[in-house]
Design a protein around this ligand. Structure first.
Ligand code: ADP
Ligand code: ASP
Ligand code: MG
Length: 401
């Protein structure tokens, strides 16, 4: 089999951990498989690089920011290649451009365009283990990065390009759990989860996989397993929901985010296409708007509230204020310190009343809900950030224990 193995930050967080990873790769090769490895930066390296940049400037050139952040993965890739060589294996590190990983011309959150896998195929054919830096690619002559947590996406894309039989994501938990096991002790490891449910969980804040990794795995039919680099226990298989799936309750998992802000624009005139103007402008400035609630007040104005990431709040208010002369809305209000709690499950489609049950649990726990958004397989509630953890525990107890 050709296996792509991805090791996250904690899994390569020290020399000892890199040695342990090298042992695991060596065992995989010894078992008769071919292997390509994708690595994250060691431990909290990426955070530390961000802190360094912030100490120099609050407004770093995006090109230089990506040049800086991409260095973390180069350290772990070359160290792991050395560790493999000391075990008598042939290994070679590859940066994003050396591995032929091409992205769109965007810094900080670039999407992958394609992978020219010739170089990787060639070395694998020669019995050399490529150790590839995750999280980075190239666009023209620029190094780009794929967004925080993006090494998962690198691994899935490499697996798709190499037509690998399996993509293993090695991390610091034993698989995908019903919710973050660091927050809820009673969280259970799932044997399997569908691409669609995993994509919702990842998008709604479950850090364990990068959303685009799940999207790509679904699109290219990559067999994806999430497992621990600290144990040999089997992990969670992320796959198409076909046969072999456990019969599920309505809810499969719970995800949450803490740093959410709500912006309310009051008195937007209807006849001037006010809503379209606001959201078009935010989109063109790259602000990701999440939950939107609109209410018509009288006949000619609407109030609209929407959520953004807390870090985007100031910029969002600034952008909307600039539209004031054109739209003459009455007021703009921004509230920070919010969070979002979401229940996810394909079983909701055939189980009416799940949202009602969620609201009941929240009411029982005395947690006010500020906004709600739903899809076929999820219900999200915006709540105060300091109530997020309690909400997750209560919902887990109600739906998953
Ligand atoms: P890595 O550095 O290996 O990429 P991450 O920190 O990005 O690891 O992701 C793993 C973390 O995701 C876990 O330590 C856990 O706290 C968190 N997590 C959040 N939700 C879940 C979930 N549903 N199942 C498992 N882990 C989760
Ligand atoms: N090192 C990058 C980060 O910390 C990418 C990753 O770990 O997936 O976000
Ligand atoms: Mg990660």
């Amino acid at each position: 089999m050709l296996i792509v193995q991805k090791y996250g930050g904690t899994s390569v967080g020290s020399v000892e951990r890199i040695e342990a990873v090298a042992d695991r790769v060596a065992r995989t090769i010894k078992a008769g498989h071919s292997c390509a490895v994708v690595v994250s930066a060691m431990g909290h390296t990426t955070d530390e690089l961000v802190t360094l940049a912030k100490a120099i400037t609050r407004d770093a050139d995006p090109r230089e920011m990506d040049a800086l952040l991409s260095t973390g993965e180069q350290v772990s890739a070359s160290l792991l290649a050395m560790a493999l060589q000391t075990r008598g294996l042939q290994a070679r590190s590859f940066t994003g451009w050396q591995a032929g990983i091409f992205t769109e011309p965007v810094h900080g959150n670039a999407r992958l365009l394609h992978i020219d896998s010739d170089a990787l195929n060639r070395v694998i054919g020669q019995g050399i283990v490529p150790v590839i830096t995750g999280f980075q690619g190239i666009s023209g002559d620029r190094v780009t990065t794929l967004g925080r947590g993006g090494s998962d996406t690198s691994a899935v894309a490499v697996a798709a390009a190499l037509e690998a039989d399996l993509c293993e994501i090695y991390t610091d938990v034993k698989g995908v759990y019903t919710t973050d096991p660091r927050v809820v002790k009673a969280a259970r490891k799932l044997e399997t989860i569908s691409y669609d449910e995993m994509l919702e969980l990842a998008t709604l804040g479950a850090q364990v996989l990068h959303p685009r990794a799940v999207e790509n795995a679904k699109q290219f039919g990559v067999r994806l397993v999430v497992r621990s680099s600290f144990h040999d226990e089997e992990g969670t298989v992320v796959m198409e929901a076909t046969s072999g799936f456990e019969l599920r309750e309505a809810v499969t998992g719970i995800a949450f985010e803490r740093e959410v802000a709500r912006v309310a624009v009051v008195g937007v005139p209807l006849q001037r296409h006010g809503l379209a103007t606001v959201f078009k402008r935010l989109a063109s400035d790259g602000v990701n708007v999440d939950v939107i609630v609109q209410s018509v007040v009288g006949t000619d104005v609407v109030d609209v509230s929407f959520t953004v990431k807390e870090e985007d709040a100031d910029r969002t208010v600034r952008i909307v204020r600039e539209l004031q002369p054109e739209l003459s809305f009455h007021d703009i209000v921004c509230e920070t310190g919010l969070g979002k709690v979401s229940i996810v499950g394909a079983g909701m489609i055939s189980n009416p009343g799940v949202a009602a049950q969620m609201f009941e649990v929240m009411a029982g726990a005395d947690i006010p809900i500020a906004m709600v958004s739903t899809s076929e397989i999820k219900v999200s509630c915006i709540v105060q950030a300091d109530a997020v953890e309690r909400a997750v525990k209560e919902l887990h107890a109600a739906f998953l224990e």
